[in-house]
Write a protein that binds this ligand. Structure first.
Ligand SMILES: [Ca+2]
Length: 224
């Protein structure tokens, strides 16, 4: 009975959403282990928008968002590829690449990625600027059994991490929706105005689990 109570308390603790408004995750080391696993509030997506802000000085590949399912490790994955100097969305294990972005080190970048399974088109909004729409994958949804990880790139469902693709730096304002956001909604996100928070991942009510050295601090660390 006591064990059961402890179990219930632990479960309740892990499942309590936290308001991370004004805060950021800090990944202060390059490891193949440190990560944050995010709990999606719904599963199975015919359309997706993922937005996040990140800050790094890495000069190698690094994953910005990794969503794996049992059927595919790269069901929805966003990675900077140093060799190609581009941001590569992977959706349903298919990849496309956006080059020519002003992806500078040591400053915040807002990145939103939209996709819908009907048209199969993906679009990247980099610091509020829309890319061209590219065909990536159509006809089937992102299935249930999603595992969403920040800080590492999944080569298998919930694992297969590689230090050379890990993220170090800061990350904030991670939201995910199960529909494509309008250009005006994306503008509001980029400008940090009121916007409709993610209905799959919501930074102001985020369920997550930290493994290894990842810290949470206030984002505002400059005098203003
Ligand atoms: Ca990998």
């Amino acid at each position: 009975m006591r064990f059961l109570l402890l179990l219930v308390m632990l479960t309740a603790c892990a499942a309590t959403p936290q308001d991370l408004s004004g805060k950021m995750f800090i990944f202060p080391q390059e490891t193949s282990t440190a990560n944050v696993r995010l709990t999606a509030s719904r599963q199975g997506f015919g359309a997706v928008t993922v937005c996040h802000r990140s800050f790094t000085d890495l000069k190698r590949d690094h994953a910005l968002f990794s969503l794996a399912t049992r059927s595919s490790a790269n069901d929805f994955m966003i990675i900077w590829e140093e060799a190609n100097k581009g941001i590569a969305p992977h959706i349903k294990n298919t990849k496309t690449e956006y080059k020519g972005l002003d992806y500078k080190s040591n400053m915040w970048h807002s990145i939103c990625t939209t996709w819908d399974s009907q048209s199969g088109l993906v679009q990247l909004w980099f610091d509020g600027q829309p890319s061209i729409k590219k065909f990536i994958s159509s006809g089937s949804d992102i299935s249930v059994s999603t595992i969403i990880i920040l800080g590492q790139e999944q080569d298998s469902h919930g694992g297969g991490f590689d230090l050379k693709q890990s993220f170090s730096g800061m990350m904030s304002d991670v939201h995910m929706w199960d529909y494509t956001l309008s250009p005006c909604e994306i503008r509001r996100y980029v400008d940090e105005l009121n916007f409709t928070p993610g209905n799959v991942l919501n930074w102001s009510a985020l369920e997550f689990q930290i493994t290894g050295r990842v810290l949470i601090e206030d984002k505002q660390n400059l005098c203003s």
